[in-house]
Ligand binder design. Sequence first.
Ligand code: ZN
Length: 109
Amino acid sequence: MNYFFEYSCNRCGLIFEASFVFAGPHIKQVCYGCNAYVKFFDKKLIPDVKEIKIKIWAVVSQDVSLIEAAKKQIGFIPANGLTEKIMYWRLYIYLLNQSKPKPEQISLL
Ligand SMILES: [Zn+2]
């Protein structure tokens, strides 16, 4: 799985996809692991919903039930524009994090 914006955190050591939060009219990148501020992020660079959906589809191996469960977990709400992008982005990285092999699973490989 290739990340759109791989971020390596020098505070908690997590290497993961970029995580975004609203900061007034701006978008702020934070670490998914420790919530550390990374930078203000150019919202034009955030992929289109269509591209994010393609990634989500790959992450869940086309299992719609995983998407529905994740939507409940993150409080997904239908939206449009930038809010829609951020909603789908949250869904994407939530599922991405869930799909990561846990350390005990790695040892069984
Ligand atoms: Zn971190």
